[in-house]
Design a protein around this ligand. Structure first.
Ligand code: COA
Length: 705
């Protein structure tokens, strides 16, 4: 039987709320919850529950939720931890839909068992749990402040999802100070059931929400989150703040892919893949949300900076480069637009310097000229304090221009720098939701995210390719390795896996005697390479078990005997299966393609250039799987050393398409074979465009069971 769960919208649009643990004592959380609901104008039914009965804020207190006559959509649970399970059982009997559990004292303090028991019971009775360990939630749509945070939350278009309760409460306060209206704020606490993905699925459809801000501490169901984010970001901007840059997952990792896959590196790359805007600071996140919730969509990429000071203009130019904001540079058009409003000692080059003497008239003229010109799509206006404006006239000028821009649908941001007058203007303007910042960097960074969001949202929808893989054949190979107690595959076993994945390896075979070695070498074609095959000899070169560049039968015979002799002397007890003979590979650019099961995001793929690029520079990038062809291409382009693949110093462009194909095939492989924890092609040699790629070596590790 498939479980039937209520849709998340019934949580945010609840028609009736019970509070289990309601209290008449004003200092109790069970009191504050009811007070917030009443004060913030909740129109649904409120049912306080407490075995002692009585009354709270004019509502009769029910001795049990079972005494409530009507239906109950959600029950806020605020009794001590040891009483929660019994309360959940009663809620099941009452057929409650949602259980926001405020109570702390579960998995966050080590009691995973009680939490698991509650969630399992709730789910078995078609109820969903929010939390436990939360401050509650707020929904503007239902005027429902079901939290014990501050009251009087301003309604608006930003939704906040937070894993941290304390920070969430602080963000309610900060949004009030910044004059940001909220459509929703929801505390996820221990995320025992409802998580970010469930909430995104609702918020993407919810009309009131224009921008979503998520504070995450850790990702539990990464694959589900990636799916939800990919579905949301083309429709609404998602800003994420994540704390914790520790290298979980890198510990004791047995491959490059593993050791480079620090939790934060993977998180960062996967968020970018999903079109998420990751903020480093809470201030950035708030600036971005505020701007994105009101800014019109730019009609093109050309941005003009208008300034009264050269210094801040240069700072804004630097910031534009950092945030990928395109400064318009058609000098002829700029001269035509700004020439008439710029003094001779100013500059019409972008940043357009209307000079320190610019007052209200000059700013109005320059900003109007930029507004009217169709070649300029966005404007950043800077002002460093001079004696020309009073606080009042500055606010007036900015406000009027801002509204003109809003009306015409052209985005603009402002940065104003100076003393008391500026502070006064900032306060006034923020009351009118004008995107005005003290720092030039902030006025530019909001455009960085606006452009990134619109660029991501315009990407065509693409289906990840699927390559058929003979899972049974690979499983037989893996079963053989497991039988021998190994959690890694030997070269000949790996070759089978690579063949199935369609990844080209050098032609090779295993010879167990001299005659076979000669025959094989002739079959493969000279020159060849020989390597000892023994699970007891890990460092083959150190043991003298490798011979390169063998050009003829005599050299093969000599090398075979030398390898056997060296290896027996190196480790007399080693079991030697024979010698692997492979074609000798021509040198070219060496890369690494890895795929692994990430602890947070499930299967991920990694790409980097080999040698020092990966060893020293850690120049690698990650993507969550499955990836589309475009995402695989973006992965390759993302590394800093990408230009080497385009061909430098007269070299030809390399076979980047071959790398894309390999990335896609590795992705399909690790997704199809759950027994594989890590695969790494190192090196994957990339030849000139059209000549393909070849994986010289592959390392396949199995999951520990
Ligand atoms: N059904 C309903 N109410 C019950 C009950 C039951 N079975 N058993 C007891 N109650 C009542 C109590 O009588 C009390 O009411 P009263 O104030 O009128 O006496 C009320 O429930 C609360 O119980 P109490 O024992 O007084 O606990 P408390 O209010 O001191 O603490 C919590 C309860 C849930 C607030 C506390 O355990 C907790 O977890 N605090 C942390 C909350 C938090 O920070 N969450 C995360 C935020 S990010």
């Amino acid at each position: 039987m498939t479980e039937q769960f209520p849709e998340i919208k019934h949580l945010f649009e609840a028609r009736s709320v019970a509070v289990i643990g309601a209290s008449a004592k004003p200092n109790k959380i069970g009191h504050k919850l009811i007070k917030n609901m009443v004060d913030d104008g909740y129109k649904g039914r409120i049912y306080p529950v407490n075995p002692t009965g009585g009354e709270v804020l004019g509502f009769p207190i029910y001795k049990s939720i079972l005494d409530v006559e009507g239906e109950v959509d959600l029950a806020l649970i605020v009794v001590p931890a040891h009483l929660v399970f019994a309360a959940v059982q009663e809620c099941a009997e009452k057929k409650v839909k949602f259980l926001p559990i405020i109570t702390s004292g579960f998995s966050e303090v080590g009691d995973k068992e009680e939490e698991r028991k509650i969630v399992e019971y709730a789910r078995a009775h078609s109820m969903r749990v929010l939390g436990p360990n939360i401050f509650g939630f707020f929904s503007a749509k239902a005027s429902l402040n079901a939290s014990f945070g501050p009251g009087g939350i301003k309604h608006g278009q930003v939704a906040i999802i937070t894993q941290s309760g304390a920070l969430g409460v602080a963000m309610i306060g900060k949004s009030a100070v910044e004059n940001i209206g909220l459509s929703t704020i929801v505390s996820m606490g221990n995320k025992s059931d409802i998580d970010e993905a469930d909430l995104l699925d609702y918020l993407v459809e919810q009309e009131e929400t224009r921008v979503i801000l998520i504070y995450i501490e850790g990702v539990q169901h990464g694959e589900k989150l990636v799916r939800a984010l990919k579905a949301t970001t083309p429709r609404k901007p998602v800003v994420v703040i994540k704390s914790g840059r520790s290298a979980r997952g890198a510990i004791a990792a047995a491959s490059h892919t593993g050791s480079l896959a620090g939790a934060d590196e993977v998180f960062d790359d996967v968020m970018a893949q999903c079109g998420v805007l990751r903020a480093e600071t809470i201030q950035d996140a708030f600036n971005w949300c505020k701007f994105l919730s009101d800014a019109p969509a730019p009609q093109g990429k050309n941005v003009a900076i208008v300034t009264n000071g050269g210094g801040v203009g240069v700072m804004a130019t630097d910031a534009a480069e950092k945030f990928g904001v395109n400064l318009y540079d058609d000098q002829a058009v700029l001269r035509q637009v700004f020439g008439p409003v710029t003094p001779d000692f100013g500059s019409t080059k972008n940043p357009v310097d209307i000079t320190g003497q610019a007052g209200e008239k000059e700013y109005n003229e320059a900003l109007t000229a930029a507004l009217e010109d169709p070649n300029i799509h966005s404007v950043i206006a800077l002002y460093t304090e001079t004696a020309v404006f009073t606080a009042k006239s500055l606010s007036q000028m900015i406000l009027e221009n801002y509204w003109k821009y809003q009306k015409k649908g052209k985005p603009i941001s402002f940065s104003i720098i100076g003393g008391h007058n500026i502070q006064q203007s900032m306060t006034e303007l923020s009351q009118h939701k004008v995107p005005v910042f003290e720092d030039v960097y902030d006025a530019v960074s909001v455009f960085g995210v606006l452009y990134r969001y619109h660029h991501n949202a315009q990407k065509a929808v693409e289906t990840p390719p699927d390559y058929p893989i003979d899972v049974e054949r690979i499983s037989t190979v893996i079963a053989g390795a497991r039988k021998e107690g190994r959690t890694f595959l030997l070269p000949h076993e790996s070759s089978v896996v690579m063949e199935e994945a369609g990844i080209v390896m050098p032609r090779s075979g295993i010879a167990s005697n001299l005659d076979q070695a000669v025959l094989l070498a002739k079959e493969i074609g000279f020159p060849v390479v020989m390597k000892v095959v023994s699970k007891d000899i890990i460092h083959k070169s150190d043991a003298g078990g490798v011979a390169l560049d063998l050009d003829n039968v005599e050299e093969v015979m000599d090398a075979y005997q030398a390898i056997m002799h060296n290896c027996r002397r190196y480790d007399p007890a080693a079991k030697i299966k024979g010698v692997e003979i492979s074609e000798m590979i021509e040198a070219s650019i060496e890369t690494i393609v890895g795929a692994r099961q990430d602890p947070s995001f499930g299967p991920v793929v990694m790409f980097g250039l080999g040698g020092i690029y990966v060893e020293v520079m850690k120049d690698v990038a990650f993507r969550a799987l499955p990836v589309t062809r475009t995402e695989a291409m973006d992965l390759i382009k993302e590394i800093r050393s990408y230009p080497l693949l385009l061909g430098v110093r007269g070299e030809k462009r390399k076979d980047i398409e071959g790398v894309v194909d390999t990335v896609l095939r590795m992705g399909c492989l690790i997704r199809s074979i759950k027994d594989i924890s890590d695969i790494e092609l190192n090196p994957l040699v990339v030849y000139d465009h059209g000549d393909g790629v070849k994986a010289l070596d592959v390392r396949i590790l199995l999951t520990h069971r």
